[in-house]
Design a binder for this molecule. Structure first.
Ligand code: PLP
Length: 358
């Protein structure tokens, strides 16, 4: 029986290279010939310490971080960071600025309101979040300015990072390690691992240690970033498997040539797909052209009654996960790092074939 080739365009969780899944599977049975599963290996052993150390230092290397920026692997999804960020950075009588560019931004700012004042300096909500606002000012007394670099649901992305005079905080869940940014210009970056980096269950947090320790409130031990820094990201039992698989993906990324190299391929993938959509008579994108995401390509059909048929055809061709999020409809092709260029080519062929037949 012929093996079905799957082209994984799913928005998450975890679109990782096959080689990483293979290595991870072996490690579940027998990690590095220890005779022990990676899941049962003590987290205080030298073997696991080496995994944690290498994962943290590879993040530093790949993101070209300076000595002030600490790398942590913390429990919980990115949603935990929606709370942990203001808890650590914002006093009750102070204000944080937020850009509202989608559901994840609005969820983040909702949590911040529990800890201090929130000023929404811009929003694209009225346009169903199909663009990134350009005209706004961030008050100079804001404790920080929070942006979501890539809006997974709406397929928009900040193409350049706004220049502001206050510490910049970014949710990079869905474009982490996919493109270069000046990562040192951020005071804090967080990302749930589960798209470009590893399995769900671990957050990457990159934090400039100089912004910590300035709030008055008593912080629960586990919520205080400084405790995690002090303990080398091993304050309590870390999500060992998620950290290990993240390390494998980071090693893979380094072998590919790092962020510069993967960004070139990601640009190519996005350009190919957007140009196929722009040149088609059936499909059109939902996001404003200049803000279109290179990670999540959202598109619909000019005749919505054809969408179900196209989805069926795509599924028959082993194209997985392109149904759009319910708040946008249509389709979303996620082009994460591990998705090969050939899969994008294949999707384009299937779209063209469909167009010819209808
Ligand atoms: N932020 C962004 C940009 C996301 O895409 C997601 C999930 O897809 C989240 C936050 C929420 O992450 P989690 O489910 O890990 O809490």
């Amino acid at each position: 029986k012929e093996k079905k080739v799957m082209h994984n365009f799913n928005a998450g969780p975890s679109v990782l290279p096959r080689s990483v899944f293979e290595q991870a599977s072996k490690a579940v049975l027998n990690y590095n010939n220890t005779g022990l599963s990676i899941l049962e290996l003590g987290h205080r052993t030298k073997e696991f310490q080496a995994i944690m150390d290498e994962a943290r230092s590879l993040v530093k290397e790949l993101m070209n971080l300076d000595a002030d920026h600490e790398v942590l692997f913390l429990h919980g999804g990115a949603s935990t960071q929606f709370m942990q960020v203001p808890m650590n950075l914002l006093n009750e009588n102070e204000t944080a600025a937020y850009a509202d560019t989608g559901v994840w931004s609005s969820k983040a700012l909702k949590e911040a309101k529990l800890y201090g004042n929130v000023k929404v300096v811009c929003s694209s909500k009225e346009a169903n979040y199909n663009f990134i606002p350009k005209d706004f000012t961030v008050p100079g007394d804001s404790k920080y300015f929070h942006i979501t670099t890539n809006n997974t649901i709406y397929g928009t992305q900040w193409q350049s990072i706004p220049k502001v005079d206050v510490p910049l905080v970014a949710d990079m869940c869905s474009d982490i390690f996919s493109r270069q940014r000046d990562f040192n210009s951020f005071a804090l970056i967080f990302a749930g691992a589960q798209k470009n980096m590893g399995p769900a269950g671990v957050n990457l947090v990159v934090v400039d240690k100089n912004i910590l320790g300035k709030v008055d409130r008593a912080l629960p031990t586990i919520m205080d970033y400084r405790n995690h820094i002090k303990e080398g990201s091993m304050l309590n039992t870390p999500p060992v498997f998620a950290v290990y698989v993240s390390l494998l993906t980071l090693q893979w990324l380094k072998q590919q040539g790092g962020i510069d190299a993967i960004e070139k391929i990601n640009n190519q993938k996005a350009e190919m797909l957007y140009s196929a959509i722009d040149n088609s008579t059936l499909f059109q994108t939902t996001a404003v052209k200049e803000d279109r995401s290179k990670m999540n390509v959202c598109f619909v059909m000019k005749d919505p009654s054809l969408e179900k048929q196209f989805l069926d055809v795509a599924e028959q061709h082993g194209i997985y996960g392109i149904k759009g999020h319910r708040s946008v409809g249509g389709f979303r092709a996620s082009l994460y790092n591990a998705l090969p260029l050939s899969s994008v080519n294949y999707l384009i062929e299937v779209m063209k074939e469909f167009e010819k037949n209808y």
